[in-house]
Every structure is written in structure tokens, then in C-alpha cells.
Design a protein around this ligand. Structure first.
Ligand SMILES: NC(=O)c1ccc[n+]([C@@H]2O[C@H](COP(=O)([O-])OP(=O)(O)OC[C@H]3O[C@@H](n4cnc5c(N)ncnc54)[C@H](O)[C@@H]3O)[C@@H](O)[C@H]2O)c1
Length: 423
């Protein structure tokens, strides 16, 4: 099999696929992006980015380095390497939805040829590469580990992270055979500083789920503590600050209005689903963490209710301004953001909800779409309660505190003041 892998096809050009394509382009590979969305393909070919982490200039640099996007799977027939970066959401019943992975694998199977390296990066349950991907590829008559290489390599992209990107974040790879691991490690070694071989595909798949489950559980721990510390009159933010001074054995996690994004609220379900489906018993830590984190938005709504109650007011008919509705600071991604259930819980109580976010112009809720308030200062003055849900770095929090009648700070980020309460 060739060791000099020049032609790469990245399937799925989103938050994961596009930075991968960029890093590979800069290392001198000939990169083609394959996506089912002609809107995304056309905009990338026109030099326009649709993800926060890449600017239009960076897309144009990629184009100059030979990158093209296409909806035509025939490009796979020339590929030395195909990497699958398509979404792995949950289905209606809360179980894994592998439809996009299956369709990507079907496309590869039609163009699979000897010597090719196929890597799955989409987050998924242990066994997917061996049990779902391999049989479809082998139905072509070619054998994994003999005629083509097959591996799983979990993505660790952290949108908006200014320090860790593709190059300096160690990359785990697990192949179907040790030779597959080596082939995948050689490929990623072209543009990633540190490649970490795992024992096999299942270990690499599970490593990703451990990372996200670990975050999910620790966030749930502090979210549960936030509730009882409030009741006990203990400042949890100060507790975490003090505990964080321990130089070993402790990592700080912070409470918030719930978990968001496409990883933390979703990925642990892939693991608990697998444990339940294969072994018949629950993954109790995950289920407990889900229960705690999922109830945070209604807890935030209740705290707004308490704040108004203390002032002799009802939620019904009260103006509540939500600040920051994306799932992370400084990005425009709203997927699974807990801001939505917070807004809907407040609306269910009769509040008049408005929002401000420097990254979102129009926000879609079940009750209809809201436009961003045109002027933050006057919106703060008008709202009986403001709720800081996401502390975007562009917020002048001193000015927010000065302008608000009352502020519930769910991020522990605002300066202290008599009319400010933290979660
Ligand atoms: N975004 C993150 O921070 C992050 C981090 C780690 C892992 N992941 C995982 O990476 C995977 C991809 O996530 P993402 O955030 O990049 O998703 P995304 O929604 O940003 O992008 C996915 C892209 O795949 C395309 N697509 C969908 N089905 C396709 C198909 N059958 N063939 C070709 N293209 C198809 C979509 O049009 C879209 O452009 C998921 O499994 C996710 O869990 C995401």
C-alpha cells in the first residue's frame, strides 16, 4: 500500500471536516471536500466560510492551495485517503442516528479501491467502525487490513479555542489491525504534532466517549452543588476558586444553565445506549448526569421567579432579557444551547422574553422567532430581570451590571452588586 498519500477526500465539511481539510491543505496534500449540501459546497468554492473557526480569508487560502468542494462522490475514485466527518445526532427516541455515516460509507464503498485508507472521525458508539463500516466496505470484495486500511480517529476540535487547534492537539488513532493504525498514524502525522495510537478501533471510539462523558458528569456534579449551595448560603464559585488551588487531583468545572453543543449533551447517550443494548443494564453515571443537566434550564427559570418574588412581582407579564444564547462564548453556534429551554420555561410562566447576543440576529423558539434587541443599554433598562446565560468576551459586564435592574448571572462572571445574584 502506498505510504505517500497525496489525495485526500474529507466527507462532511462542518465544524470538524473543514479544519481538517485546512490543516491537510497546508501540509501539501491535494484536498477535496465532499458534502451533500450544494449550498455549503457553492459557498466554499466562492471563498465563503460557514463555520466560526475559519474566516473567508482562510477559505480563500485553502482554495489557493488547491482545495475544492463538491457534491460528486466520484472524487472518491481518485482518493488515497477518505475521512468521514458527518454528523452523528440522536434519533427521535434518543438513540444513535447513524444515517449520515451509513450514507457516507455507501458512497466510499462504490469507489473503494486497493490501497485506500478510510478513517471515521464522527463520534459514535464503540464497535461502529468494525461492525457497521467494515462489512459495507468489505461487501465490495476488498478486505480491511489486507486490501485497504480502516481506522477510527476521534475529533477533538474545540470551536473558538484560541490555543488548541488541529496541529497541537494530540490525535488518537485506532486501526482495525496494527498495520491500519500505522497507516492512519502516518497520515495524521503529516499535519498533527502528536499522534497517539490506541489498541484498536473500539478503544479509540471509547476514548472519545470517555472524554465527553467525563465533562458531562463533572458539570452535572457542580450543577447539583449549585442548587444546594444556594439553599445553604454558600458561594459555590468561591468554593471552586478555593478548591482549584490544589495543584494535583482536582480539575475545576463550573455550573451553568445546562449543557449545550453537539458533543456533551449527545455523545454520552451513544455510550449509555450501547451499554443498555449490548449488556442490558444502565450506565448510571451518564443517566444521572443527564437528569441533572437537563433540569438546569427550569432551575434557572425558577431562580428568575424567586428574584421577582423577592421584589413582590410575578413572572407573568414581566420583561426578561436573556444575554448570550449560543452554547459557548464567542461563537455563533446555537445547537442544543440551554438558552432555548430557559426561554421556553420563562415563556411558559408568562414572561415577555427578549434576547441579546452579538453573534445571533434572529433566534428561533417553539413559540416563534425573536429578533435581537436593537440596543442593549435600553433593553437592559427596560427589562425587570436580565439573565446572563453566555459571557461572550465582547460583553462589558460592568456596564451590564450598571444598566440592569436585576441580574441573574449563571456564569459567575459579572462583578458583584446588590442587585446581582449568581446561580
Ligand atoms: N463540532 C464539534 O465541536 C465536534 C467536536 C468533536 C467531534 N464532533 C463530531 O464530529 C462529527 C461532525 O460534527 P460537525 O460539528 O462537524 O457537524 P456539522 O453539522 O458542522 O457538519 C457536518 C457536515 O456534514 C454534511 N453531511 C451530512 N450528511 C452527509 C453525508 N451523508 N455525506 C456528506 N456530507 C454530509 C453536512 O452537510 C455538514 O456540512 C459528529 O459526529 C460530531 O459529534 C464534533
Amino acid at each position: 500500500m502506498p505510504t505517500d498519500r497525496r489525495q485526500l477526500v474529507v466527507i462532511g465539511l462542518g465544524y470538524v471536516g473543514l479544519p481538517l481539510a485546512q490543516a491537510a491543505c497546508h501540509s501539501g496534500l491535494q484536498v477535496t471536500g465532499l458534502d451533500i449540501s450544494s449550498r455549503i459546497v457553492d459557498s466554499l468554492n466562492a471563498g465563503v466560510s460557514h463555520v466560526d473557526d475559519l474566516s473567508n480569508d482562510e477559505i480563500r487560502e485553502m482554495r489557493d492551495a488547491g482545495f475544492t468542494a463538491t457534491t460528486d462522490p466520484a472524487v472518491l475514485s481518485e482518493a488515497d485517503v477518505a475521512v468521514i466527518c458527518v454528523p452523528t445526532p440522536l434519533d427521535e427516541a434518543g438513540g444513535p442516528d447513524l444515517a449520515a455515516v451509513r450514507s457516507a460509507v455507501d458512497m466510499i464503498a462504490k469507489h473503494l479501491h486497493a490501497g485506500m485508507l478510510v478513517v471515521l472521525e464522527s463520534t459514535t458508539y464503540p464497535g461502529t467502525t468494525d461492525d457497521e463500516v467494515k462489512p459495507v466496505l468489505e461487501a465490495t470484495g476488498l478486505k480491511a487490513g489486507e486490501d485497504f486500511h480502516l481506522a477510527f480517529s476521534p475529533e477533538r476540535i474545540d470551536p473558538g479555542n484560541p490555543v488548541y487547534g488541529m496541529k497541537n492537539t494530540p490525535k488518537v488513532v485506532g486501526g482495525y489491525t496494527p498495520e491500519c493504525t500505522r497507516a492512519a498514524a502516518d497520515f495524521y502525522g503529516l499535519f498533527v504534532d502528536t499522534v497517539v495510537p490506541a489498541k484498536g478501533t473500539r478503544e479509540a471510539e471509547t476514548a472519545k466517549l470517555l472524554e465527553n462523558t467525563y465533562r458531562h458528569i463533572n458539570i452535572a456534579l457542580v450543577n447539583e452543588m449549585a442548587r444546594f449551595c444556594h439553599e445553604l448560603g454558600i458561594d459555590l464559585w468561591d468554593v471552586i476558586r478555593a478548591a482549584s488551588t490544589k495543584p494535583f487531583g482536582f480539575q475545576a468545572f463550573y455550573p451553568g444553565p445546562g449543557v449545550g453543543g453537539h458533543c456533551i449533551p449527545i455523545d454520552p447517550n451513544y455510550l449509555s445506549y450501547q451499554v443498555r443494548a449490548k449488556l442490558g443494564y444502565p450506565f448510571r453515571f451518564v443517566e444521572l448526569a443527564q437528569e441533572i443537566n437537563a433540569t438546569m434550564p427550569t432551575y434557572v427559570a425558577r431562580r428568575v421567579q424567586d428574584l421577582l418574588n423577592d421584589a413582590g412581582m410575578a413572572v407573568r407579564g414581566t420583561k426578561v432579557l436573556l444575554l448570550g444564547v449560543t452554547y459557548k462564548p464567542d461563537i455563533a453556534d446555537e445547537r442544543e444551547s440551554p438558552a432555548k429551554p430557559v426561554a421556553e420555561a420563562l415563556q411558559a410562566l408568562g414572561a415577555e422574553v427578549s434576547f441579546h447576543d452579538p453573534h445571533v440576529a434572529r433566534w428561533h423558539l417553539r413559540s416563534g422567532a425573536l429578533d435581537v434587541v436593537p440596543d442593549l443599554d435600553s433593553a437592559l433598562r427596560e427589562a425587570e430581570v436580565a439573565v446572563l446565560l453566555q459571557a461572550h468576551s465582547s460583553y462589558d459586564l460592568k456596564a451590564v451590571v450598571a444598566g440592569a435592574q436585576r441580574l441573574l448571572d449563571t456564569r459567575g462572571a459579572a462583578p458583584e452588586a446588590p442587585h446581582v445574584v449568581t446561580l
